[in-house]
Design a binder for this molecule. Sequence first.
Ligand SMILES: C[S@@+](CC[C@H](N)C(=O)[O-])C[C@H]1O[C@@H](n2cnc3c(N)ncnc32)[C@H](O)[C@@H]1O
Length: 232
Amino acid sequence: MRGKWLGPPDPPGRRPDRASYFPLIPATIRPTTTVMEKPFRKDLSHRNWAQVYQRQALRADLLDDWIGALGLGAGDRVIEIGAGPGYFSLALAERVGPKGMVYAVDRSADALAELERRQRARGIAQIERIVADASALDPAAVKARAALLTMVLHHADDPAGILASVARLLPPGGLAVIGEFHPDGPCAVGPSRAHRLAPAEVESWCERAGLARVAYKRQTPEHYMIAVRRDG
Ligand SMILES: C[S@@+](CC[C@H](N)C(=O)[O-])C[C@H]1O[C@@H](n2cnc3c(N)ncnc32)[C@H](O)[C@@H]1O
């Protein structure tokens, strides 16, 4: 793991100015005076999967950090937990190329059907879609050295169980990246503060699962990521 983001957790009381609340949203569609988010629902029933895909695309700028922390390149095998309609699975597939493999896991068959449609349209073969509860995933069903879990744990009924499952499927030394919304963020996008997970809580679940923290980064005022390595 390399780079300047191996720093300490956020400085206390960090409050960015309003303009920087929306760094990933084009200026033309940024809210100006009021926040326009629909009320958050853990099961995502307030949105259809095409809308979720569009919202994934607004977070595209976060991807380079995730891929960099996982060290992914051509021919790699990676699992995306809670892939949803698959914006990031498709990007991962491009990164690992036709000789690599992306396992896209989601509990929603409809979300993965949306991914399948886009996958076929682009002619991408190296994504295997798996409908499953990630906390009960059969480790024998996947062979991956890296895992990506972004904006999933705050939707999950058993986030600690999902991390334990990731630890079971990764080989010793395998890496995982967890991305979440920060409870200290402005909450202009994403879930309300009450539904956000503090980095310390996520880290404690990781530790219990045998996933040791190797890096942390506050990617934007709203988003943070934690990189962990499976104990060897
Ligand atoms: C907001 S989407 C995030 C999608 C994508 N990871 C991203 O960063 O945009 C959360 C996804 O997690 C899935 N999910 C939540 N709990 C899950 C579980 N226990 N097993 C598998 N998928 C789960 C939901 O179905 C949903 O598709």
